[in-house]
Design a binder for this molecule. Sequence first.
Ligand code: UT7
Length: 337
Amino acid sequence: MLHPRPANTRAVSIVGTGSYMPERVMTNHELADMVDTTDEWIVSRTGMHERRIAADGEFTSDMAAEAARRAMESAGVTADDIGLLLVSTSTPDMSFPSTACLVQDMIGAENAVCFDLSAACSGFLYGLEVGQQFVGSGSVETALIIGAEKMSCITDWSDRSTCVLFGDGAGAAVLQSRGAKHGILTSVLGSDGSLGDLLMVPGGGSREPTSADTVKNKRHYIKMMGREVFKHAVTNMSEAVTATLDRCGLTIDEIDCIIPHQANARILQAIAQRVGASMDKMFINVDKYGNTSAASVIVALDEAVRAGRVKNHDLVLLVVFGAGFTWGATLLEWFEG
Ligand code: UT7
């Protein structure tokens, strides 16, 4: 676990957000034509009504670059200002070069150091913490942190237990220090590699290099023990919320908005119940986008900000869980301008 923020680092704020969702909408009814499922099952078990699917020629880098442009515009910075460009993703365009380097070239961020981060659905909060450290220490003045996924390319469209859950999209945040005591207040991150086999894409890496057999056996697709993952998601996200509140001496009633990873509406209801939060404090868009993994929490934050759900000086709690297992929570004091 990470320790509280050292007193000698600069305060770091999210000074702009942006997101991009592909145009193509896939409804539950379309899925019901593809596998043995129903709109009623998907809505009642997940809260999802539809998700977005990237076009054939649209890649993770394209979505990331568009979200980045929108975040830079909202922050009032140019690509030249970016000192760190990080992309959290489980669906990079290719093994290497990194998707971050591809995005650098697409947006012209030539002064940036660029790399990808792998923490599955928790990737954006892990990236936010890395960006916070770079900017907080003074290593760079401006960081661009992106969560982007083309989950449709690792989805087994014949497996009803997973194909109804995921969607594509991207979100981005620009970080800078604005000198005052606001912005990112604290982060609690955790990992447990002993449970990695409950949620994985086994093929295509050094353990099972791509071969005719790995393709035939569908080893390049998501494999998930849904019920087990569900339980751990509820426990770890609830504990991350509580640990963050304890660290800052706050109660749940003092939090203005909780922005959770959007994996399943039932997971969010269970967390709200455990931590004693009312559901209207939870920002939810899983109905529209499904689970977009590393993009999920930053897309939700961007939508919450643009919809006026997050206002100046609000205390905002981001909370995530994903493969690894990985999890975390980050507390922000939202600051406009
Ligand atoms: O992003 C981070 C990690 N991901 C998550 O946090 C996801 C966590 N897991 C979940 O959200 C839920 O476990 C699922 C939505 C994946 C599944 O919901 P569940 O209520 O846990 O269902 P289940 O896996 O226990 O399956 C219940 C039944 C099974 O049938 P039997 O064995 O009771 O006859 C499944 O075969 O539902 C069946 N089922 C389906 N039926 C219709 C599974 N998928 C479907 C489907 N349509 N798409």
